[in-house]
Design a binder for this molecule. Sequence first.
Ligand code: ZN
Length: 122
Amino acid sequence: MTQVQERYGLLAHMRSIKNGEGFEGPCPIHRGTKPDQFRVSVTKNCWNCFADCQRGGNVLDFVALMEGVDVRAAAVQINEWFKLGLAHASLHATLLGLSCHAISCQTTADRFWLSVARQTAL
Ligand SMILES: [Zn+2]
């Protein structure tokens, strides 16, 4: 989630809370202004907007809302941004929870992606 926040240049507008376990700031989804309406949990890899959006979600939900696309398109986007190197076929299979073992866990990006895939497989 932190990598995605960086991608959107959000970290500069957010402050660390709970000893670095999370961030809070204005909501980038509905473009709010209150500094405490949007919270991200680094440990849980999820976010919540307590203002207009009245919802939360995982990394994929966040990118989907920011880009105005569905969750699957968001997964493809994340794959490209972070050069996770997953072929679209395995990306889709991963989304369906079928081939997690086919992915190597060697890099940070892979681990990040695996956490995304696990959340999505629910
Ligand atoms: Zn919001």
